[in-house]
Design a protein around this ligand. Sequence first.
Ligand SMILES: Cc1cc2nc3c(=O)[nH]c(=O)nc-3n(C[C@H](O)[C@H](O)[C@H](O)COP(=O)(O)OP(=O)(O)OC[C@H]3O[C@@H](n4cnc5c(N)ncnc54)[C@H](O)[C@@H]3O)c2cc1C
Length: 456
Amino acid sequence: MWWELLDGPTTPRAPLERHLDVDVAIVGGGFTGLWTARELLRRDPMLRVAVVEKELCGFGASGRNGGWASGLFPLDNETVVRRYGFEAFHHQRRLLSQAVAQLGSFANADGIDARFAHGGTLTFARSEVQAQRLEAEVDRARALDIGPDDLAWLDADELGDRANVANALGATYSPHCARIDPARLVRGLSDVVERLGAKVFEQTAVTRIIPARRSHRAQVLTVGANVHADFVVRATEGFTPNFPGERRTVAPLYSLMIATEPLPSTFWADYGFNNYETFADDRHLIIYGQRTQDDRIAFGGRGAPYHFGSSVEPRFDKNHKVFGMLEATLRELFPTLDAAITHGWGGPLAMPRDHSPFVRVNYETGMAAAGGYTGDGVVLSHVAASALADLLISPDTETDHTRLPFVQHEGKRWEFEPLRWLGINAGLGLATWADRVEERHGRVSRASALLDRLFG
Ligand SMILES: Cc1cc2nc3c(=O)[nH]c(=O)nc-3n(C[C@H](O)[C@H](O)[C@H](O)COP(=O)(O)OP(=O)(O)OC[C@H]3O[C@@H](n4cnc5c(N)ncnc54)[C@H](O)[C@@H]3O)c2cc1C
């Protein structure tokens, strides 16, 4: 859908056909790769930067996502405090919150109309159990010095005409989220980095990345030609397990989406969302929605299985059982919805074993990487790219971005199969089970407590 809504057809850029020598080679033309190119060239316009993309820039999660540009982080607040301390937690939280508005102003300054609307995000409580859980979340936030300007509880009256879904008892509201059109942003970025001087190659699959050693520089190998570079940035997120030796680096999870046809103004008069607030409810198996610029609902969720051996294949992008579940949930949220579902799609995101994103540079081997954002990569990829650019250009200078706790973070690798398959799919099954118990019996299931213990 996002690609159909672009202003015109997308013409692929030429593949890499000749050997190339650059300062930084970036593998993957999604948000991580393209923001990294942009940030490097903004800091040093003379740098020689190449982006090598297997398909088209934006082919991956960056051109397919739910368009939540949020300050969210995959780990819960308490875990971040426990792992890295209070000060690091607040530094990270502030920086991520600021990065939401920054993403909009950078896109604007670069002349990209990413349909950025900074309306915040609502998590609805649609049962007593969800209301109690969300109110407890607000209490825990207060205990960590997070005030009502950052996270507020709105009861049904306070929600008023702002935004509503069926059976909402209230909602938490955070201003730190904007709605975007992801394909417009990622395609716009690919033009911007070219204008800044990067060489962008599409339709070029990288087959191997070879670290630098002794007098040899790092290399990016493709079938047609190779790139030599001082640094190679791997920015391949959910596709990473396809590289030799990377099968256990992150687990590719599939998130799937559907979209309606444009909805009439009478529908929006009933439900609100006039500021384009993004929305979810507090079930365990994540859902996410937005009102698009042309008044559709784009709505997604997890629920697709993890595929054995960290397989990533185009056929996993569609799953009609999950599309059906998403449609049923959407019609529950908006009971008067009388419109066709026109699109269904999906793609892989990357979940690290310890749930923490990473930004890594090894100055000896010239290997660098960023990713592991799980479902929060729209803003995190820009923050990670800024950290990468700082690390590559000024290795000895500490900056706000390089001080983030996930920078130079080495996480654990995933277990070997079949443990990985069993563990991840058991987690997904528990989440489904917990939601079902809450829905049918109106009480918290034991699965919910187990999930909290296992995944935080
Ligand atoms: C359906 C869905 C909904 C989501 N919703 C949200 C959301 O609302 N908000 C949010 O914050 N996050 C969301 N996410 C996550 C977010 O989209 C990602 O975290 C983010 O886009 C990752 O960007 P990336 O550039 O690191 O990876 P990607 O965008 O996946 O880019 C990786 C690129 O590498 C290329 N590549 C792979 N292998 C090779 C190779 N061998 N050679 C060359 N190139 C290669 C791929 O073609 C791809 O273009 C969602 C993800 C999905 C799938």
